[in-house]
Design a protein around this ligand. Structure first.
Ligand code: ADP
Ligand code: MG
Length: 596
């Protein structure tokens, strides 16, 4: 389905690939770790102070003076002030470092998404991608600084308290610490399950996003077919699935946390029993027992924090995994190593023995097609729907690569030139126009970044768009709405033509540019297109034959490839497929005739 990549990554592999992102901010990272060690100092020192006070009170009451207490208190207060400052740094800069990393990763992901070809988007749901580059990467922020910090703090606390406790009693310390590996091992094991559940949840949320997006974008169709109930059922299905998955995840979480609590109990029990017995037999002092109790609390708090962090860790790792899934999607259409700039003189296009099938379903669409479109020629392509006209046009700007053969522009194989130089020379006007949310002027300027207002207005005039634009409330600065919903089909089309005027390419592809329009708009737009095609090599695809009767040459594309070729008059005289199309004889009949 939408999840085309099923590769699973090990945590180690993911971490290894994540390190370069982290390493870029190593200065903040080391400062963060330094601050982390300062904050742990307070936690470690407190039990020592308490045990010293207790021991002094019990075994040397005479030295227990106000001065001693004052000294210890002052020492502790200074530590706490340092702790506050260090904590502030960790909390602000640590998180900000995470944000830097997240931003870097997001821009890398977006860069990769821009490079992925049409066939990726034909098979991936946008909602899934959205989730990956927003919420998933947000979890990486948390992960980025907490991961090193938490492990570091835990490491210091465990090692230092172990050493200090050994001074009091080695056997008791070993006895208590013997519980720690079990605790860590158990939680890692359970955490594994938790991570799997987290990932499943993520995928399902993406799926649900995609579903909502699909329904909302098709809102008009839903209403027109009164399909609200069907949509609701589809949604309820996904929603229900998410519920099940979330429940499963919470069970995994409960298991994990319960286990940790049990271990807490175990450690306290060992301290009470063993510590009590050691005290009875005079192996440790009362102060030592206080110290043990306090260190065990710290230890337990640390391990709890680690486990809490395990949730963040699992989310962060999942986010990183989903990020690398995007990054690892192969880019199937890219510049050749030695790609040159395309040099366009006249804009001659040649299909040299081109065969093509769509990469994922292997339906042969074009077979050994040979066709030359001369410089400046206006060539029309007609034929039944699904015959491969759009496909043929999409091979020219390399939206897809030919399966075999070559497409050449002015003699240069388009696979051997840079994509940028190739696409810069091609203008496309299609049936459905995509306008970006923004103003009319911004949308026209898409054809030429940095275009001046004069250039934009000039292009709009050429496209016959100026008159309606100036009538809009804010003229060229009118907001077009998301996808241009505030404009009519004809208006959108004229804006898209103005874009191409501004771009001023040598080659023009017109794919059913007027098909979705009413008669009046069609006439207006045809005039604009006629002007646009002057001096450019033009490939016009149309199903309304009246729109192409003045083309220099007309090609009829059938299932077997090119079936007829000539200008309007010649083709009518032939009384073949074109003649039948022109006279409105059903397409199926044409198909039948061809196959006989
Ligand atoms: P036309 O423009 O002549 O109506 P198309 O070029 O759009 O025809 O489609 C030609 C054939 O290719 C059709 O059978 C269609 O189902 C198939 N096709 C079109 N786009 C894709 C795609 N993205 N993936 C797979 N098959 C496709
Ligand atoms: Mg088409």
């Amino acid at each position: 389905m939408s999840e085309t990549i099923t590769k699973t990554y090990s945590t180690k592999e993911l971490l290894k690939r994540f390190v370069p992102y982290l390493w870029k901010y190593k200065r903040i990272l080391f400062m963060d770790l330094f601050c982390a060690s300062l904050t742990t100092l307070c936690d470690i020192v407190l039990p020592r102070i308490m045990s010293q006070l207790t021991n002094t009170a019990m075994y040397d009451p005479l030295s227990l003076t106000v001065e001693l207490v004052g000294k210890m208190a002052l020492f502790y207060i200074i530590l706490r002030i340092v702790d506050a400052a260090a904590y502030f740094f960790m909390c602000s800069q640590g998180h900000i470092m995470g944000v830097y990393i997240e931003t870097d990763m997001r821009s890398d992901a977006f860069d990769q998404l821009e490079k992925l070809s049409d066939s990726y988007y034909a098979n991936t749901k946008i909602g899934q991608i959205m989730g990956r580059i927003t919420s998933d990467l947000f979890d990486v922020t948390e992960f980025a600084h907490h991961c090193p910090e938490e492990f570091f703090i835990a490491f210091i606390k465990i090692v230092v308290s172990f050493v200090i406790l050994c001074y009091a009693s080695v056997p008791l310390t070993i006895l208590i610490f013997a519980c720690v590996p079990f605790m860590i091992f158990g939680s890692i094991k359970l955490n594994h399950k938790f991570r799997a559940a987290t990932k499943e949840q993520r995928v399902q949320i993406g799926e649900l996003n995609a579903q909502v997006e699909d329904s909302l974008l098709g809102e008009k169709v839903v209403k027109a077919f009164t399909a609200e109930d069907t949509e609701l059922k589809k949604f309820a299905n996904g929603n229900e699935q998410l519920k099940t998955i979330k429940k499963k995840r919470y069970y995994a979480m409960a298991n994990l946390n319960m286990c940790i609590r049990l271990f807490d109990g175990l450690m306290y029990s060992v301290t009470i029993i063993a510590g009590g017995l050691f005290l009875v037999y005079g192996k440790i002092t009362a102060g030592d027992l206080v110290m043990y109790m306090l260190y065990v609390s710290t230890l337990i708090a640390t391990i709890r924090r680690l486990v809490e962090f395990a949730e963040q860790f699992s989310q962060g790792i999942t986010g990183i995994e989903r990020f690398f899934e995007i990054m690892d999607t192969p880019i199937d259409i890219k510049d050749a190593e030695d790609a040159k700039e395309l040099e366009v003189s006249g804009g001659e296009i040649e299909f040299d023995n081109v065969s093509f099938e769509y990469p994922d379903d292997h339906n042969r669409v074009l077979y050994e097609l040979c066709l030359k479109i001369k410089s400046g020629e206006n060539l029309a392509l007609v034929g039944e729907s699904g015959g491969g006209k759009t496909t043929m046009a999409s091979l020219i700007p390399r939206f897809y690569d030919v399966t075999s053969g070559a497409v050449k522009i002015d003699g240069q194989d388009i696979k051997k030139v840079t994509m940028k130089s190739l696409r810069e020379n091609i203008g496309i006007v299609q049936q459905d126009v995509y306008l970006f949310s923004g103003t009319v002027a911004e949308n026209i300027a898409y054809g030429k970044p940095g275009a001046t207002r004069e250039e934009i207005i000039h292009a709009a005039k050429l496209a016959g768009a100026d008159s309606f634009i100036t009538e809009l409330k804010d003229g060229y600065d009118s907001y077009v709405g998301e996808r241009g919903v505030k404009l009519s089909g004809g208006q959108k089309q004229r804006i898209s033509i103005a874009r191409v005027f501004l771009k001023n390419p040598k080659i023009l592809l017109l794919d059913e540019a007027t098909s979705a329009l009413d008669n009046e708009s069609e006439i207006l737009i045809e005039n604009s297109l006629k002007k646009l095609s002057v001096g450019r090599t033009t490939l016009t695809i149309a199903h309304r034959l009246t729109t192409i009767q003045h083309a220099d040459r007309i090609i009829v594309l059938g299932k077997t490839g090119i079936v007829e070729e000539g200008n309007h008059e010649q083709l009518l005289e032939k009384k073949g497929v074109y003649y039948r199309l022109w006279n409105g004889i059903a397409l199926e009949e044409v198909g039948d005739r061809k196959s006989t």
